[in-house]
Each structure stands twice: as C-alpha cells, then as structure tokens.
Ligand binder design. Structure first.
Ligand code: ADP
Ligand code: MG
Length: 238
C-alpha cells in the first residue's frame, strides 16, 4: 500500500513563495493529475514529493510516515521526466537494468523484471537497441520501463508526453491508460494538457499560483467547476 500526504507544504525560493501551503492526500493506487498553467508550482511540488527539492515548511508523508527529511533513494519513488535522459552508450535492456544493478539485485531477478516490463510496454523487440535507434515514443516507453522495473511505491510523472508530437501524444495517452490497468501503482501525473488529465486521472488537482484551486474527479471538475479559473482551465482543452 502507498498513500501520500502533503501537509501544509510550502516552498520558498529566496523571498518568493512558489508553493503556498498545499494539503493533499493521494490514496493507495490512486492516479492523481496535477494541472495548472506554467509556473504555478507543479514541478516543484512533484520534486518535493520525490525529495529532489527541500521543503520550506510542512510535511510529506508516505504510508503515514513522515519522509520530509528522507533522501530520494529512501522514499521508494520512481520519477519519469519529459526529458527522458537515457544512457546513449547502453542498450535498452542495459538502460532498464542499470538502477537495479546498482541496488545489487540478482541478475535473474533483473532479467525477469525487465522482460515483464518490456512485455507490458510493447518494447520486447527493442531490448538490444541503443537509444539513438529509437523513435521519441519508444524512448519514452523505455523511460517508463526504467521506472516500472523498480516496482516503487509511487510513480511521479512530470509532463512525460510534452516532447512528443500531437499524434504520438494521443497514442501514448492510450498506452498509459492500458499500462494503468496492469500496474496499479499510486501515481502523481503532472501535465498542462487538460485532455490528458481528464482521460487518465481518478482525480484532478488544479493549481494556480502555488495554491490548490480545486480537487475533484474529472466529472466534477468538468461539470461543477468552483471557480472561473477552473472552468476556464478545464473547459478549454488545447
Ligand atoms: P510548473 O511546473 O507549474 O511550470 P515550477 O514548479 O517549475 O512550475 O515553478 C514554479 C515557480 O518557481 C516558477 O515561478 C519558477 O520560476 C520558480 N522556480 C522553480 N525552480 C526554481 C529555482 N530553483 N529557483 C528559483 N525559482 C524557481
Ligand atoms: Mg513544470
């Protein structure tokens, strides 16, 4: 089980408060989309959950345990970024195995996990290729594979599809939906694409200027926006 709690989480850069007291509970196995305009604090919030950014105030809990001062590696979280930096000199299999090798996992177990993730992601035929011989969508799949093989408690995605062209984005959206049916891990998914949020998420968190504007199911946000901001943001898909 993996529940994530944010309690009055604040982030200041110098004098500027960019995350301004966020309270949020993400249930076990829930898929939450974090949306809002550029600069509203989405990535900063995600990085604080991952432990990549120190928090200025408040607490972050995983399964009821305060992890605010835990290093990223002690949080059992895997993050997928938009710039999916794969190691260019390694094959897909080596890229996906790398993190597990560092944990000194047995080779047989590593191979089993990589083969299973490759099957789920439809990249079984690409395992011996180097990243330069892959398309953008295939690379993004490998980046997801790297996260999946770790079997973390929590997945964090930061605009994973924003580097892809429109057609591929639609295809990958369907892929993520399919993946979700096979791997039900607690997920926080940052996007500025309303359609992505509406089609993928159990609940959507709308952020504006470092604060939460509204939290609800896609249906609730679409049909009962509580502010004009939410109505404008969710109601006008790009
Ligand atoms: P989003 O992901 O929603 O676009 P970010 O979380 O990246 O927004 O950024 C929120 C705000 O914090 C922005 O105004 C950004 O310029 C600022 N910010 C982010 N990282 C830093 C940093 N390391 N130093 C100073 N300001 C930062
Ligand atoms: Mg961002």
């Amino acid at each position: 089980m993996a529940q994530v709690n944010l309690r009055k989480v604040v982030k200041r850069f110098g004098d500027v408060e960019v995350v301004r007291g966020i309270d949020l509970t993400i249930a076990d196995k829930e898929f939450v989309a974090l949306v809002g305009p550029s600069g509203c604090g989405k990535s900063t919030t995600l990085r604080m959950i991952a432990g990549l950014e120190e928090i200025s105030d408040g607490d972050i809990l995983i399964d009821g345990k305060v992890v605010t001062d835990f290093a990223p590696k002690d949080r059992d979280i895997a993050m997928v970024f938009q710039s999916y930096a794969l190691y260019p000199h390694m094959t897909v299999r080596e890229n996906m195995s790398f993190g597990l090798k560092q944990q000194r996992m047995a080779k047989a177990e590593i191979d089993t996990r990589v083969d299973e993730a490759a099957r789920i992601l439809n990249i079984e035929d690409l395992l011996d290729r180097k990243p330069k011989a892959l398309s953008g969508g295939q690379r993004q799949r490998v980046a997801m594979g790297r996260a999946i093989v770790r079997q973390p408690k929590v997945f964090l995605f930061d605009e994973p599809l924003s580097n892809l062209d429109a057609q591929l984005r639609v295809q990958m959206r369907t892929e993520i939906k399919r993946l979700r049916q096979k791997v039900r891990t607690t997920t926080v998914y940052v996007t500025h694409d309303q359609v992505e949020a509406l089609t993928l998420a159990d609940r959507i968190v709308v952020m504006n200027k470092g604060r939460i504007e509204q939290i609800g199911t896609p249906h609730e946000l679409y049909h009962e926006p509580q502010t004009r901001f939410v109505a404008g943001f969710i109601g006008s898909p790009s």
